[in-house]
Design a protein around this ligand. Structure first.
Ligand code: 5AD
Length: 346
């Protein structure tokens, strides 16, 4: 049964994407199956209307697991002595980009821990990849000074991913060690000012997070007009301080995906690896709830396991960029597979 107050609330959010916090909380809190299905169907409809009924592919290369940070949720945090550290050479990164290009994919994400790598080294890699392929490059290497972001932009980087993790300053502080929300948001503003297509997002289910905070995060994403938005459930890592915390609820995560679609409309929204790494693979469910990006992992096989942000990462067992299986995922969600650069739709 679909309650009239649910339909009314959903209609209000669809009509006016500047949704109220109260409406978002109400929809986030809905566990009735029929109502959830309606939310997902409407989110998929809005996605198709604003972005087309397609799923785009972004090749992911995780090029270093070194990290100078100690975020309490992340397996790469510097105090985790059990983490195996690796760093790909510039040649290896450029080679990985060739693999992505040869798979027909025209956009690549280069991600690492906060490795502290010299900015010029990254700039050179970006420059070399751009010289070889007409490919959109997304960097995701954390907080850096403005001059580094500017250098990389000049070298040809197109996009940057930096999740804010939470817009609530207290929650942010409780998840991070010696870092503030203010500097994180400053970095995001700098990236947008420099002309990067910018992506952000957060984890669902971090300890202390409330529906109210999630609703605020969703409104913040819409207000900042990000080009890309990534969210996924928190998954406790056994070698971190949050080892005993429960994992984020996948259904709440899917409702958050749908609400982000309804409020941020034409953003690129991945069915993230974390969504695929729970008791089963929920990436099709995320696509059915409004997501439209898949990020096949092109890191060399021997390092995939070592990029241990959280345990049970789907890509460790999955063959790299198996085109048939990606086609299957898209088809299962009623989408066509799209190999374009997926530049911003904003
Ligand atoms: N569970 C789920 N997601 C995590 N991330 C980091 N650690 C975890 C975890 N334990 C996410 C963060 C980060 C992104 C690269 O991975 O949101 O921004």
């Amino acid at each position: 049964m679909i309650r009239p107050e649910f339909s009314n609330c959903l209609s209000r959010v669809i009509e006016n994407p500047k949704a109220t916090e109260t409406d978002l909380i109400f929809l986030l809190d809905t566990i009735n199956q029929k109502e959830q299905d309606l939310l997902f169907t409407e989110a998929a409809r809005i996605r198709n209307q604003y972005c087309g009924a397609r799923m785009i592919l972004r090749g992911l290369v995780e090029f270093s697991s070194y990290c100078g940070n100690s975020c309490f949720y992340c397996g790469l945090n510097r105090t985790n002595s059990r983490a195996e550290r690796y760093r790909l050479s510039p040649d290896q990164i450029v080679e990985s980009a060739r693999l992505v290009w040869n798979a027909g994919i025209k956009t690549i994400v280069l991600q690492s821990g906060e490795d502290g790598m010299e900015a010029q080294v990254i700039a050179d890699v970006v420059y070399r990849i751009k010289a070889e392929h007409d490919m959109a490059i997304t960097l995701s290497v954390g907080e850096r000074p403005r001059k580094d972001y500017a250098l990389w932009k000049d070298a040809g980087a197109d996009r940057y991913l930096l999740r804010f993790e939470s817009t609530n300053p207290e929650l942010y502080a409780s998840l991070h060690n010696g870092r503030t929300l203010e500097t994180r948001l400053q970095c995001l503003d700098t990236l947008q000012e420099l002309g990067y297509q910018t992506g952000s997002g957060f984890m669902v289910g971090t300890p202390g997070q409330t529906l109210e905070i999630i609703a605020q995060d969703i409104r913040f994403l819409a207000q900042k007009n990000y080009d890309m938005i990534g969210i996924g459930p928190f998954i406790p890592h056994p070698d971190t301080p949050l080892r005993n915390a429960p994992a984020g609820d996948i259904h709440l995560t899917l409702r958050a995906v749908a609400l982000i679609r309804l409020t941020s409309r034409n953003a690129w929204l991945p069915a993230t690896t974390a969504v695929g790494s729970l008791d089963r693979d929920y990436r099709v469910d995320a696509l059915q709830a409004g997501a439209n990006v898949l990020m096949p992992n092109f890191s060399p096989l021997d390092v995939k396991r070592k990029y241990g942000i959280y345990p049970g990462k789907r890509c460790v067992t999955e063959t790299t960029a198996d085109t048939d299986s990606m086609e299957d995922l898209a088809r299962a969600a009623g989408l066509t597979l799209d190999y374009s650069r997926a530049d911003t739709l904003k």
